[in-house]
Design a protein. Sequence first.
Lengths: 372, 832
Amino acid sequence: MKILHIADVHLDRPFARSDRRAGDVDRARLRDTFRNCMRMAAERQVDAVTIGGDLWEDEHVSADTRRFVAGELERVGRPVLMVTGNHDPLLDGGNYERTAWPGNVHLFDASRPTELRLTDDLSVWGISWTHREPEPGELERRIAPDDGRTHILLVHGTATPLIDLVEDSGHFPFDPSKVRSAGFSLCLAGHIHAASHQGEVVYPGSPEPLGWGEMGRHCMALVEVEGSECRVELIDVNSHSYREIVVDCGGATHGGECEERVEEAIREMDSEALHLRLLLEGEVARDCEIDANQIAERHRTRFAELQVVDNTAPAYDLDALATGSDAAGHFVRLMRERIAAQSDEDERATLERALDYGVRALDGREIRIDVD
Amino acid sequence: MWIERLDIRGFKRLSEEIELSPNLTIVCGVNEAGKSSLHDAILRTLFGFTRSEQRRTGGESELDRCRPWNGAAYALNAIVHTTAGRHRIEWDFAEHEVVLRNLDTGEDLSSKVTGKRGDVQLGPYLLGLDLEDFRMACCVEQGEITAVPKSESLIAAMQQAVEAGGRNTGVEAAVELLHKTLSEQIGARRDTLGPTPKGRLRGLLDQKQEIEGQLEAAEGEQEEIAGLEQQRRRVQDERERAEAELRQVEQGLLRAEEERLSKRLKEIKELEDRTRQEVPEGPDLDEDARSAITRRREELDEMKGEKASLEPRAEAAREPVEELEARRAERERERASLTGYDQVDASRADEVQGLIARRESRIAADAADAPPDTGAQADRDATPAYLWLATGVVAIGSLALALAVSPAALAGLAVAAALGYLAFRAQRAQKQAARRSEAAVAGREAAAKGLEEIERELAAILDAVGIAPTEEVGDRARRYLDACKHHHRRNEIDAELGRIRGDLDTTGEPITELRRVEERIQRHEQDLRERYEVLGIEAADLAAAGREFDRLVELSRKRSATRQEIREAESNLKVALSGQTVAELEATHSEAEAKLRENIGRHGELAATGSQADLEPRRQELDAELRERSNKHSTLQGQIQARERQLPDVPALREQLQRIEGEVRELEAASQAIATAREALEESARQAHSAFRPRLKEALDQNLAAITDGRYDRVELDEDLEVTLVAPETGQLVPATRLSRGTQDQIYFLERLEILDMLDPTAGDAPLLLDEPFVHYDDDRLAGALALLAERTRERQVILFTCHEPLVEAARRTREDAKVIMLNDPLTPLAS
């Protein structure tokens, strides 16, 4: 018995991109990858497909996307078992209800475990997000009967002791060590976007990374069930990836020098499937003009996305300035005192920025507010 | 900034190319040699003429006064150096137009130095100073080395200078730069940091609001669509239920149809069977005869029943009737003995009776009127005497007893009293009898007369009633009365006989009735026998004949019923077939059966829900309901799809909103940082302002010894910047005004240089133009001043104008690389 498991496709998700077309392209890519996964289900001759929630984003999903999903699942031609997640809960009159699902799709529609007998020997139990979150501690009791058959759990939640990738463990947290005691041989899970397989819990991750924080693997899980034995293979399916690189611009005396360092850093990195973020760091000469937008624009076509973040600081000798009796001296001392006294991160950031602005203004330098 | 070269095409008397040192240039010439013209030319190279200077007042403007004397082109070119590079300035003073070009980049910067109304802002662009500021800060005219005027503006200027700390930008300018950032890059107000009407922040906030509105509308729309979807699902559920029920009903109808056809077929076959049945053998009884016999039998049975009910009553009446019969016979015999009294007129019997009574009474009265019986009378009269005696005995006895025993005495007295009373009554009766005896005597006489009259009257009556006068009237009367008595007796017997007959009729009625019934029974039985015999039934035994009749009747009925059944079956068969043949009906049934099987195969066995008559209307209802539900479902689905198509691209809107929110956050954070920086800068400026005097003092202290040849090394500055020096001899503070003119010049030159350094926002970058500043200096102090000046020329370009050649030499000794321009009259260049 072979099962292909995916989760967290997040179709129709808004992306934090600078232009609208880029978002459309990203969303189209999610569709493509989802379609590829479904095709692989046929190629690999799996017996069933499971989807572990957050198939789409309920607030944003269009009717067209719903029809696309239903069409793709119908084309799979084998049982498709789905649970819903926190981003696509099953609501009265909601998108799941408005979708004409093909006959091979089974949607677990309760936030308590319900069983679907897939074969005489195998049952899949699903817990969906409805108008309410599944109860934490659901796995604290025996769920699947000890009937000599194999039981697999399909959920969308956070295996708390395992995953430290997300700060938010408030979405249906469950103890992975309870999976077996609850009667399951395996837990096919969704919610964590980085693929992992630890113990009885399998997270395939999102098929495509969905942002800069998602540098891990993005897979589908191929599960082979033989008796009570489950073998899991994580297969990378993402077409795109995200990467951040720090470019040291320290000591640069002019913008051109920084550009040279950027070019050097990305010389071997051309990829239209790579979302690249360059973090320009270091102290540069006071009159060193760095135009991050221009740098990004120059290399943009080489990548799926290129962001250049100018974190450089002009090489003001604040210590020297602070010794002066002029306004600059007073200003630097005053701001440093305030920064030192401030415990709030945001307030401190504002003060640090104010110090930078003040010093630049006293230096007669234009202050550029880059918000793109 | 420094001026490299001037190519004066024509300016006052000058028309020459002049190269200047970046450090010290000494322009030396006699009076009217052109030093002031060159001084002016340098000023105008950097600043041009103000608009007021261009205006002609009193016939000639300042611009006009500087026109070339030789008619050359009123123009000038210059090469200057700034931090931004080497620049070329091309002045056409005639048109007051300037071209500024960066020779390093080739960029034409003219537009940056030309205002809208033809104002030229070259100086502010190159030096950050306008003409007046430059004159005050960078130009020292002949004899001007005096005490620096301690005006408020100068103090403020120095405060600013100290605040700037030697940089190009002071706090005010820095704040202005921040404000510029606020207004131009952020679009925020300086005071509240709120968005300016047409600024970037306002635009973003407006966009944000618009997108939020669109998203809110989209969310509302989504909610309404969800509501429609819920309705659609309800309708779908209802439709599915109706469909399920319709399937059930349709299967029920198919089943009912199959059953109906099956039943009909069965009935038809049964009817066919019935039409083919045989009529039993036997006679067909005439209906009239059968019914007559039946009627007779029924009547006979009824009569027998009547008889049976009468017999107990008749039996019960038999004895009373016999008694009555006996009485009747007895009375009839008695009446027969009284037959002779039938004609007696008994109507005068009472009258005769009365008269006889009166006659006898009269006779009796006559007899009574005879003298009474004395013994009897005496007996009757003696009674009171006894009574009296008894009374007395009792009374005395009682009295005696009373004395002995009082209760017995009392009883005795009571008896005595009673006896007394009786004695009294008897005495009174005796008196009354006496009176009656007297009256009787008188009446006897009258009675005799009355008797005769009675007898006459009696005889008359007896005659009238036909009593023959065969004896005396009394006997006649008694005979009449006997006759009347027999007559009455006969009448009584007649009456009694009538009653007996009535009683006999009443009591004997059951018997009579029984007899009548029996007679009728006999008649009916006879009639029946005759009728039976007509039918050929042996009727000797009526019961057996009845049974035979019944058998024949039943047989006849069966034959008739069978024939009727056959007829009915034939008729019903015709109706049942309705023009069809049995084969056709069987085919129809098979078809219905097949449809039912097919339906069950498709939908499974569904529970039947009623008869065909019930199901058909229900099917029609369900059809209508289903149509309605389907229409409603289609309408809802259409609405949902249409409204979903109208939904905006929510992800794109969210992305746009995220971008805008990010920009707004960034701008607001920048605004906040700017506001914080501004506040901190202003606070820092206030702190720095208070430090300008110590700084000026420090600068004077540092350089005073050098220019006073070591005589003075400490100064003090009061609040008004009045300079006092510490006299080395006494250690006392001496106001500068009390010192020699030369010393004052030195001190004020130094103060000016320091103030210039402080005031000059370019921090020594702007050229310093000195026109005969040391006329009052002795050689030593001149050397000190020149040394100080030479030191300043390391940081800025100094152009010293003088007519004193010794000064040239002295300056050259201080700064060997000083460039010297000798002006001759008329302008003879040159020697450097």
